[in-house]
Design a protein around this ligand. Structure first.
Ligand code: GAL
Length: 344
């Protein structure tokens, strides 16, 4: 009896040790970025946070993104017969946390889909894309903006949600046509003076709007600019370097890749100068088969920014991957070089 007990005890001990070792291993499994490769979270599952953005808050990075359903189909809606409208169930917004940007822990869905009410913006039959989160010091709320749409992309609205903590359950407030115009691809930017802006493709995607939000970040202040009219720029990603603003965007070809371009301005609501493709090297003309989503300043590292792109897999959207690349500068000019593997 004693022997059996000892054997069972040793077995359980070994199991515990190997599980702990596995966890430690998975929490530190990456020491570098490998753009375009499968990226696993600390539970060993592929990261499901597409079209996303990253918030740095009190020592932790939070990556928010589209949580894609696991089957992709061509949308049979006749309104989209003219283009390849592949879609999958909108599964809400996921959140992952990290201390080092390489290893990400799944925090769950911070914006849950509404599986009951078919009229809800959050119903899985709808489109829910490009979520971004910023923190409002005055209201102490985390504020999320995202692109919400009907399955045929005609609703073209901006949705807003808030939460008291970065990885808690966000409360969905609703959606709108900001400044009376449609809104599709978007990003959110909070400046050093705490003013925040929504940047979104509007006027049938032809023009990129930059709109100052109200102090609580929940509405539009009425101050906005129309940029790059008739240029059809999508997938905006913005950052500030040496007091200049840089805006990376893509062309408008659905899930298919195209050439990125960037623009510069002295202030967000000021005059933007459209420049060229910042990408260099093989497949630079197709943005390495990916599309911009966010530009991330690395905390505590001066002049270090990461350009985040999605490598869409249009016929299997959940299998879309991530291309994170280092940003460099040639004098003022923005340069993005391909790297098979890199660390900051
Ligand atoms: C792209 C857009 C994506 C998604 C896709 C649907 O142009 O950037 O976020 O909306 O179209 O085809």
């Amino acid at each position: 009896m004693k022997k059996v007990f000892l054997a069972a005890f040793s077995f359980i001990l070994l199991l515990l040790i190997s599980c702990t070792a596995k966890n430690v291993n998975q929490e530190n499994q990456y020491k570098s970025f490998k753009p375009g490769e499968i990226w696993l979270d600390t539970d060993g599952n592929p990261i499901n946070a597409h079209g996303g953005g990253v918030l740095f808050h009190e020592g932790t990075y939070y990556w928010y993104g589209e949580y894609k359903g696991d089957s992709t189909y061509r949308n049979p809606n006749p309104n989209v017969a003219g283009w390849e409208c592949y879609r999958t169930e909108a599964g809400g917004v996921s959140c992952y946390s990290s201390k080092d940007l390489y290893n990400w822990k799944f925090e769950g869905k911070v914006l849950e889909p509404d599986t009951v009410n078919i009229g809800s913006d959050l119903h899985p039959s709808k489109v829910l894309e490009r979520p971004k989160v910023i923190y409002n010091e005055k209201t102490k709320k985390f504020v999320m903006w995202l692109h919400v749409d009907s399955d045929d992309y005609w609703k073209a609205s901006a949705g807003v949600a808030t939460c008291d903590s970065p990885a808690g359950k966000f409360n969905y407030i609703g959606s709108m046509h900001p400044n009376g115009q449609i809104s599709r691809d978007m990003t959110l930017y909070k400046d050093d003076d705490k003013r925040a802006y929504l940047l979104y493709s509007s006027e049938g995607n032809a023009t990129l709007y930059i709109s100052l939000l109200t102090d609580d970040y929940l509405q539009h202040s009425g101050r906005y600019t129309r940029n790059f009219p008739e240029k059809y720029r999508e997938a905006p990603a913005v950052f500030k370097h040496n007091n200049k603003f840089y805006l990376i965007s893509s062309g408008c070809t659905g899930w298919d890749p195209n050439k990125a371009e960037y623009a510069m301005a002295d202030s967000l609501l000021g005059q933007w100068t459209a420049l060229n493709n910042p990408c260099r090297g093989v497949d630079a003309e197709k943005t390495y088969y990916s599309q911009s989503t966010f530009a991330l300043p690395v905390n505590g590292k001066k002049d270090t920014y990461i350009a985040m792109f999605d490598k869409w897999n249009k016929t299997d959207l959940i299998a879309s991957r991530y291309v994170w690349l280092p940003v460099s500068f040639n004098s003022d000019s923005l340069v993005i070089n391909w790297a098979d593997e890199w660390s900051y």
